[in-house]
Every structure is written in structure tokens, then in C-alpha cells.
Design a protein around this ligand. Structure first.
Ligand SMILES: Nc1nc2c(c(=O)[nH]1)N[C@H]1C(S)=C(S)[C@@H](COP(=O)(O)OP(=O)(O)OC[C@H]3O[C@@H](n4cnc5c(=O)[nH]c(N)nc54)[C@H](O)[C@@H]3O)O[C@H]1N2
Ligand SMILES: Nc1nc2c(c(=O)[nH]1)N[C@H]1C(S)=C(S)[C@@H](COP(=O)(O)OP(=O)(O)OC[C@H]3O[C@@H](n4cnc5c(=O)[nH]c(N)nc54)[C@H](O)[C@@H]3O)O[C@H]1N2
Ligand code: SF4
Ligand SMILES: [Mo]
Length: 705
């Protein structure tokens, strides 16, 4: 055990979980005691076998401990005095927050306070943040960064299947699939330890179809690569459905027994013209035909989507159209079949189930549903009228900040000035807000703007559960003490609640006690965790939800074997119009820019840049462009370019590659400041789920000489 991460005298040994992506690989980390005569401790990292990662780790997991032991860690609260963040005691910091919240609430009403959470928080912290907003503060304004991540796929799953769990099957089904479609997902860089499931499928003879405007590391395993024009996935899915229909590759029995609404889809497909689809998507008609037929003919198949399809203003319906393909061919609810929305953040799945979304209560309950409200009110010991109604989505909260309607904002586990679309507006809003609190391990771009910064524990020091991309709940325990004066997210919320006079609703002394209340609050909901206990998690290593009973072990991970989650047990087809991307290139902004990730950095890079081994792999941002595009705009490889859109401009170094479409540019999202791609992205939101159209913006580029 150690008390200070910088301590060089003592060693430790801890079994933990990677803090980054949704696979949640299990790690054994050992800090070795320095040899006599040497100063520096060394660390050994091993993957521990568990059902998802099977003992593998990627480069981020191997080096995750480096940010935890970084000398940049915040070890003491900071309070702004004379415009400067200055070390302060917890008492002073929390008093500042309490005084402000009470004052703002009295003067402008509780809705003038906003909370902004994140998908890296444990289930316990995410649950408590939702409860804190509604019960300790009484505000309706709470949302979280998963809005930018999972909202399109989650809402599509809810509408089509009646439930949203990232994978409807198990990872172990992947090697059994004869055809796999990977739409807008770059698993090789974003969930690298899952790649062996796909290579095993390929060894078993699977045919792999990748849909991506770039030749990614994932596309390297593709048998067909559909190098699509950004933002046209819904149209491609229409083309594939048309082929499946005309080639009679539909599963008529499945359609009639297990679904509703096929007649409407069929009627809609009659008007779909493959030549038009080819034109819109920039793909060859024959290759669309081949992809559809291969998937249709395969005995088993799994279709995956991720942010490439989903972070669009039609992301919700684009996913629904891919789900139409899955349903029409009956490839779901049986071994080797299913759909997967590849979840992003470590707790991207659990973080969207227990109430940090503006429209949601724990257990995936709806904040608008009277029965749901009454149930949760009972668990919380309040009247259901006391629970506020729904608020607005993450970016809309930032608009309210900008307009001055939200006067105080509490950010826990996010770096919104970098990760929101239209970042200049967000930065402007936060720079003039009355009061900003950030709970973080580091002085992120957002924390730097705060009035109070609260230092929190990192994954190595903080107990809790996280739910991986499969819907498997995993327990992360620790024996390592909180360094310096850092505190757990959940204990900060409990203490603040007490200071606001709401102690009786937040009497928790451990993460496990919070989890036990979460179990009750989720009981009978769609995401039912009631049957999951810490002891069971310790014993079984991980448990799939839904898990309604502590008694029987009836969760095998496969959903929809007998029925879908709608009241009548049937899934719903939804006809989707093909449309052009949200922003069409024109004379002034002639190119389409998309964006995404690289292997060694995580999200806004606040953590990975503090890991020397990871930072060294990618030190600065870049823009990928095709050689012919580079020639046209007189850009040389490696030179700085300015990229501009209707929203704003940023500058990055060029990287010329023929692995991208000629009409498309690609920029990673991991850097803030002048290199921030989000200065140029569009804040237009998908009306169905409020996902911003991150992945398609019309831009211009010019060399910066
Ligand atoms: N290394 C690393 N891993 C991560 C993360 C990270 O930051 N770094 N973040 C985690 C999180 S939170 C998330 S959400 C996931 C994200 O995981 P992914 O969604 O796989 O990641 P992205 O790189 O954003 O986008 C995936 C691919 O979509 C393609 N794409 C862009 N536009 C389109 C389009 O219009 N249509 C189609 N079909 N494809 C398109 C991009 O070229 C890219 O290769 O990764 C998780 N894992
Ligand atoms: N252009 C563009 N923009 C995007 C995307 C894209 O593909 N393109 N992707 C979007 C997606 S999918 C996502 S998920 C968002 C994510 O974007 P952000 O929400 O900004 O995510 P992070 O960069 O992980 O920021 C998390 C912050 O919380 C801190 N942190 C980590 N763990 C904890 C914890 O346990 N407790 C507390 N209190 N703090 C913690 C970290 O140090 C960091 O400062 O970005 C979105 N923005
Ligand atoms: S980043 Fe993801 S794949 Fe890599 S070690 Fe961490 S959890 Fe595993
Ligand atoms: Mo994400």
C-alpha cells in the first residue's frame, strides 16, 4: 500500500481494470520496490484472463498507470482567488460550492444549476450524480458526455428492440459468425483486444465487410471494404435492403413471427433506386450488391456499428436502417448472430443506464413515466413530484450556459471545452459563466477555467462497478489509498449533499452501499441489476444484465432468443429515407471532414498525454488527406494547414495518404487549443437523440506558410 503516488519507497500489487475503453480489460499491476542504490520504482503490467479480454492488453492498458503516477496529478483542491487557481482546503472549496449553489438556487431557481457527467465514472458515481442533481439540488439539468457517444445507437436499440444493450450477443459469438459487417467502427485502434475475436472468425471462414471512408487498421481484415462518403450510411443500408429483397434473401418466418412493420419497409424499398444509392454513397453498385448478398446468404452473421455511423444528424435512423437489415434476415437471438453498438468509454454502457441522462432514472427508467417516477421516488424516500422533469442534452446545456440560463455548472468526468462540437461557443459560454466546478484528476482545458477544482481518485484507487460493451457488470476493487487529499467522486457528492442539508438521502460510506441502493432502484427496470451483488461479482468475475434474481444464474448474455423487449415481444421495422449528409460541400467549403481516434490516445487526451509512453507515440494532431487533394490545395506532407468551417478554424500538420477518399479529410479528436477539430464541427443535433453531427462537416483547407 502507498499513500502518495510519487512515493518511491514502497511497492504494491493490485488487480484492476483498464480505465479507458469499453472492453474493460483486467490488469495486474505491480509496483516494484526500487533496488538498493536506485531511485526509481518500476512497474510490471500483466493482463489477467477474464471473459472479454481473455488476458490481452493493448498499449493504452499497458501504460495506463503512468498517468496515475504523473506529477501532474491534482492532490489538493484549487479555488480561484484574484483570477488565479490557488491551493485550498477541502472545507474552503466545498463551502464555496455550497454557498454558490444555495445562492443561485434561491435567486434563480434550482434549474440555474447544471450537472455534466461522464462515461468514465463508475456505476456508483453515475447513479449518485443523477440522484444528486434531482434530490440534493432539485435541478432538471443533468446530462453527460455519453450523449456524444452512445445516444444514436441507444435510442435506435430502444425503438427497434425495446431495450438498449450494446451487444445483443456475446463476444464469444463473433467467431461463430459467417459474415460480419463493421460499419463505422475501427476496432483495431479503439478496442484492440477484441481483434482476435474477428481474426478467429476469419480463420473459421467468416467474410468481413468494413464500411469506412478510410482504409483503417480494421479494414485490413476486410474481404470487402465499402469506402463510403461520410454521412451516407442510411442510404447504403437502403441499397443493401433493396438487394436483399430483390434477391429473396429475407427470413420470411422470422419477419412474420417476431417483427412488426415490415409492410411499411417493403413499400418504402419499392422506391429505392440502386443507381441513386451508388451516387449518394460514392460506392460501386456491384460492390453494394455483393456485400448485401454475402451477408444475406450467410448462415450466421453479426452487424456492428460505432461512431462513424452514429455521430451524424441522422445517426439514429441510420442505425435503425442497419437494424432493419439484421431483422429482415433474422440474424439475431441465436448463436453467431446479433447486433452490436460498440460502446466507447470504460463505463459507456453502465453510465447510460442509471440516471445521469436528462430524460432518465435508474435502471433505464424514464423520467416522464409516472410509474417509473413513483418507483424511484419510493426507493429514494421522496414524493414523486419532488423529482424534476426532464432537462436537455449535453450540447443544449452548453447553449443554456452561453445564454446565461445555467449560471453554475458542475462537471464530473468530462472535458467539454474540447469534446463538444462548436467548441468556440462552449469555451465562450464557460468563460463567462458565474461559477464552474470541475472534479478531475488533472487540470484539463475545462478545469483551467473553473472557479473550484476538486481532485479525485483515479481508477487504481477507486472501488466500483463498470459495465463493459457486452452488458457484463465487472467489479474493480483496490487496496491502494487515495493519494494526497484526493477523494472519490461518490464521497464528494455525499459530502456536498450533507452540506446542502440532504444527508439522509446520501448516507453512504462505501461504493458497495451505493451499489446496493442502485440494485433496488434498477429492480424491475429494463437494466435490472437487482440480482448482482459485489460478492457475486467477486465469485463469477462478471455478470450480464438483465439480472433480476440473486438466486438463479439465468443470464447467459444472449438477448432476444425468444422475444424482443417490446410489450408484444416483437421488434419494429422502421423505414428510413436516404438523405445527403447534413452539410454538403460547396465552393467556399469544398471538402468533407470527418474525425475519430488513433490507437495511443484516449478522447481529449487529458490522461494519455500524461503517460510518457503513450504521448511519445503521437505528439501532435494531424489531418489525413489524399495525395490528389493535397496537390489541388498545394499542401505538402508534414506542413501546417489551417482547416476552416462555418463554425471556426483550427491548425494541424498534414499527413498525405492514399488510404482516404479524395473528397474526405480525417482529423483525430484528441487535442484541444488550436489543434482542436471541434472548433470546426457542427453543433446540429439529431432530432431523435440529440447526437451532434460530429462526423460530417464541410470545410476548406489552406497551407499555413
Ligand atoms: N484508442 C482509442 N480507443 C478508444 C477511444 C479513444 O479515444 N482512443 N475512445 C473510446 C470511445 S469513448 C469511443 S466512442 C470509441 C469509438 O470507436 P469508433 O467509433 O470505432 O472510433 P472513431 O475513430 O470515432 O470512428 C470509427 C470510424 O468511423 C469512420 N467514419 C467516419 N465517418 C464515417 C461515416 O460517415 N460512415 C462510416 N461508415 N464510417 C465513418 C472513421 O474513419 C473511423 O475509422 O472508441 C473507444 N476506444
Ligand atoms: N470531433 C469529435 N468530438 C467528439 C468525438 C468524436 O468522435 N469526434 N467523440 C465524442 C465521444 S464518443 C466522447 S465519449 C466524448 C468524450 O469527451 P470527454 O467527455 O471530454 O472525455 P475525456 O477526454 O475522457 O474527459 C474526461 C475527463 O475526466 C477525467 N476523468 C477520467 N476519469 C475520471 C473519473 O473517474 N472521475 C472524474 N471526476 N474525472 C475523471 C479525465 O482526466 C478527463 O479530464 O467526446 C466526444 N467528442
Ligand atoms: S484501452 Fe481498451 S482494449 Fe486497451 S487495454 Fe484498455 S480496456 Fe483493453
Ligand atoms: Mo465515446
Amino acid at each position: 500500500m502507498i499513500t502518495d503516488p510519487a512515493s518511491r519507497e514502497s511497492g504494491f500489487h493490485v488487480d484492476t481494470q483498464c480505465p479507458f475503453c469499453s472492453v474493460q480489460c483486467k490488469i495486474r499491476l505491480t509496483k516494484n520496490i526500487p533496488l538498493p542504490g536506485t531511485q526509481r520504482s518500476t512497474y510490471s503490467v500483466e493482463g489477467i484472463p477474464n471473459a472479454a479480454s481473455e488476458g490481452r492488453l493493448c498499449v493504452k492498458g499497458m501504460n495506463a498507470h503512468q498517468h496515475v503516477t504523473s506529477t501532474d496529478r491534482l492532490l489538493q483542491p484549487l479555488v480561484k482567488k484574484d483570477g488565479k487557481l490557488t491551493p485550498a482546503s477541502w472545507e474552503e472549496a466545498l463551502n464555496r460550492i455550497r454557498d454558490n449553489f444555495l445562492d443561485v438556487s434561491e435567486r434563480y431557481g434550482p434549474d440555474a444549476i447544471g450537472l455534466y457527467g461522464g462515461g468514465s465514472l463508475t456505476n456508483e458515481a453515475a447513479y449518485l450524480l443523477g440522484k444528486f442533481a434531482r434530490i440534493a439540488l432539485g435541478t432538471k439539468y443533468i446530462d453527460y458526455n455519453g450523449r456524444f457517444c452512445m445516444s444514436a445507437a441507444a435510442s435506435a436499440g430502444n425503438k427497434t428492440f425495446g431495450i438498449d444493450r450494446g451487444l445483443t450477443c456475446r463476444l464469444s459469438d463473433i467467431p461463430l459468425a459467417r459474415c460480419i459487417i463493421l460499419a463505422g467502427t475501427n476496432i483495431a485502434e479503439c478496442q484492440p483486444t477484441l481483434m482476435p475475436y474477428f481474426t478467429k472468425a476469419k480463420e473459421n471462414g467468416a467474410f468481413i465487410i468494413v464500411i469506412d471512408p478510410r482504409v483503417t487498421a480494421t479494414a485490413a481484415i476486410a474481404d470487402i471494404h465499402l469506402q463510403i462518403k461520410p454521412g451516407t450510411d442510411a442510404a447504403l443500408a437502403n441499397g443493401m435492403l433493396k438487394v436483399l429483397l430483390s434477391e429473396s434473401l429475407l427470413d420470411e418466418t422470422f419477419i412474420s413471427d417476431r417483427t412488426n412493420g415490415f409492410a411499411g419497409l417493403k413499400q418504402h424499398l419499392a422506391a429505392v433506386d440502386l443507381d441513386e444509392i451508388a451516387e449518394m454513397t460514392g460506392l460501386d453498385k456491384a460492390i453494394i450488391h455483393k456485400a448485401a448478398v454475402t451477408y444475406g446468404q450467410a448462415e450466421t452473421g453479426i452487424l456492428f456499428t460505432a461512431r462513424g455511423v452514429e455521430q451524424q444528424t441522422d445517426g439514429h435512423v441510420a442505425v435503425r436502417n442497419f437494424l432493419n437489415i439484421v431483422l429482415a434476415t433474422g440474424k439475431i437471438g441465436k448463436p453467431g448472430c446479433g447486433y452490436g453498438a460498440i460502446t466507447g468509454q470504460g463505463n459507456g454502457q453502465g453510465g447510460r443506464e442509471h440516471g445521469q441522462k436528462s430524460d432518465q432514472l435508474p435502471g433505464y427508467r424514464s423520467i416522464d413515466d409516472e410509474q417509473d417516477r413513483a418507483y424511484v421516488a419510493k426507493v429514494w424516500g421522496v414524493e414523486s413530484q419532488e423529482i424534476p422533469r426532464k432537462g436537455v442534452s449535453a450540447y443544449e446545456m452548453m447553449e443554456l450556459v452561453h445564454q446565461g440560463a445555467i449560471r453554475s455548472l458542475f462537471v464530473m468526468g468530462s472535458n467539454p471545452v474540447v469534446s463538444n462540437p462548436n467548441a468556440d461557443l462552449v469555451e465562450e459560454g464557460l468563460s463567462k459563466i458565474d461559477f464552474l466546478v470541475v472534479a478531475d484528476m488533472f487540470l484539463s482545458e475545462t478545469a483551467r477555467m473553473a472557479d473550484v477544482v476538486l481532485p479525485v481518485t483515479a481508477y487504481l484507487e477507486n472501488d466500483g462497478t463498470l459495465t463493459n460493451l457486452e452488458g457484463r457488470v465487472l467489479l474493480r476493487e483496490t487496496t491502494i489509498a487515495a493519494p494526497g487529499e484526493t477523494r472519490h467522486d461518490w464521497s464528494i457528492l455525499c459530502e456536498l449533499a450533507e452540506m446542502l442539508g440532504k444527508q439522509r438521502y446520501f448516507p453512504f460510506e462505501s461504493a458497495e452501499q451505493i451499489f446496493n441502493e442502485l440494485r433496488l432502484a434498477s429492480r424491475g427496470g429494463l437494466a435490472d441489476y437487482y440480482g448482482i451483488t459485489y460478492d457475486r461479482l467477486r465469485r463469477d468475475g462478471g455478470v450480464y444484465w438483465p439480472c433480476p434474481s440473486t438466486e438463479e444464474n439465468d443470464t447467459n448474455g444472449m438477448l432476444f432468443e425468444q422475444a424482443f423487449a417490446h410489450a408484444d415481444g416483437k421488434a419494429i421495422f422502421h423505414p428510413v429515407q436516404s438523405r445527403l449528409p447534413q452539410e454538403i460541400p460547396d465552393e467556399q467549403f469544398p471538402l468533407t471532414m470527418t474525425n475519430g481516434r488513433v490507437l495511443s490516445h484516449y478522447l481529449t487526451g487529458v490522461q494519455t498525454r500524461r503517460s510518457p509512453s503513450l504521448a511519445a507515440r503521437s505528439v501532435e494532431n494531424f489531418i489525413e488527406l489524399h495525395p490528389r487533394t493535397a496537390r489541388k490545395y498545394k499542401i505538402e506532407d508534414g506542413e501546417w494547414v489551417e482547416v476552416s468551417s462555418r463554425r471556426g478554424s483550427f491548425s494541424v500538420r498534414s499527413r498525405i495518404t492514399d488510404k482516404i477518399r479524395e473528397d474526405t479529410l480525417f482529423v483525430p479528436m484528441h487535442w484541444g487549443g488550436v489543434q482542436n477539430v471541434n472548433k470546426a464541427t457542427s453543433p446540429e443535433l439529431d432530432p431523435n437523440c440529440k447526437m451532434p453531427g460530429f462526423k460530417t462537416s464541410a470545410v476548406s483547407i489552406r497551407p499555413l506558410r
